[in-house]
Ligand binder design. Structure first.
Ligand code: FAD
Length: 305
């Protein structure tokens, strides 16, 4: 059932330092450029702002959704009821500790951090070349590629719960697995503590170039997308299964299964979330019928139809 739009007649935060926007088209904030409006989007400037907005939402019973760079999201066409907390404006602090450790705010771009590590001769994030997310989303998704993933470098994280309480979770308690971790529900990651390994900048550069070269097929995609739609089933590749089933290039409305890579759906310009979801259903059904494999989505689908 569609929920009523939330209005904020008495929304006043004298001490809030960040931005607050109303009736915000989500398509402007996510990489596939699809999605109806969010009632409210806030960009907290720091942990105090974040805690203030969480306490407000919790007191009023308003739903909250946190996003980073929006590169792994599909927002449905009627948008999001409640408050979207967008950490991409701030939470950009990077602190180097000791020879091989770094603490990075949730809003830091993973690729920016990977490049800084390369320059400092720190190895471990080479896999991140070409992954456009921010640290918070990348830890939450256990982002990875070509044999590397966030779990290899994360030591612990700090997070804030819906009541504004701060918590620390070490790597073991996060129970990382393929493209996920077991962060308790409604927890917002504010920073991650990473441990890297000392290495030669030239070797690191070489490995980054190798990772970049392996991305040839997806780098050629110049239309808006959300990265891989499906997780790879064990021992197989979702992209290959979709290609073998003859679905590359199939279009519905303004969305198309990429001609360059079967596991990408591109927005040809005016795609709706319904178009993308219909393509997802077609691919899932066909692969199940032909191969007996049930594909699981990697992207997070949120919001209302
Ligand atoms: C062209 C392209 C290539 C990509 N290649 C790869 C790849 O090779 N490997 C890979 O793993 N991914 C890939 N991705 C997907 C995506 O970049 C990663 O999953 C990314 O790390 C997600 O980060 P984000 O900041 O964009 O998260 P978002 O998309 O904003 O959010 C993703 C999920 O994380 C949650 N989240 C975000 N921030 C926080 C936070 N601070 N605290 C708690 N939860 C949070 C959100 O609620 C949501 O459930 C690709 C995407 C694109 C568009």
């Amino acid at each position: 059932m569609m929920q009523a739009q939330i209005s904020f007649p008495n929304l006043s935060f004298p001490d809030f330092k960040g931005r607050i926007l109303f009736d915000v088209p989500m398509k402007d904030y996510i990489s596939i450029k699809i999605g109806g409006p969010a009632d409210v989007m806030v960009f907290p400037k720091d942990a105090d702002d974040l805690i203030a907005i969480l306490k407000f939402a919790s007191n009023k019973g308003f739903p909250v959704f946190v996003m980073g760079s929006g590169t792994n999201l599909l927002v449905r066409d009627n948008g999001i009821r409640g408050i979207v907390i967008n950490l991409s404006d701030d939470f950009h602090e990077i602190v180097w500790t000791g020879d091989d450790k770094v603490t990075a705010g949730a809003g830091v771009r993973l690729m920016e951090l990977a490049n800084l590590c390369r320059d400092k001769g720190l190895s471990g994030l080479e896999f991140a070349v070409g992954i456009p997310g921010a640290i918070g989303g990348s830890v939450f998704m256990n982002a990875g590629a070509y044999g590397g993933e966030m779990k290899d470098v994360v030591e612990k994280i700090e997070a804030v719960d819906i009541k504004g309480q701060t918590h620390t979770f070490d790597k073991a308690s996060l129970k990382f697995s393929y493209r996920k971790c077991e962060l308790p529900a409604d927890m917002i990651i504010t920073k991650a503590y990473l441990r890297l390994q000392k290495g030669s900048p030239d070797e690191i550069k070489k490995r980054m170039k190798e990772c970049k070269d392996k991305r040839k097929a997806t780098r050629a995609i110049n239309l808006s997308n959300a990265g891989s739609i499906f997780k790879n089933p064990q021992g197989s590749s979702a992209g290959m299964l979709i290609e073998e089933s003859g679905l590359k290039g199939v279009k519905i409305g303004g969305a198309q299964i990429s001609e360059a890579h079967g596991n990408y759906i591109v927005n040809l310009g005016n795609a709706s979330a319904r178009d993308v979801l219909a393509l997802i259903a077609i691919a899932r059904d066909k692969i199940f019928k032909i191969k007996g494999i049930l594909l699981e989505t990697e992207i997070k689908v949120i919001g209302e139809d």
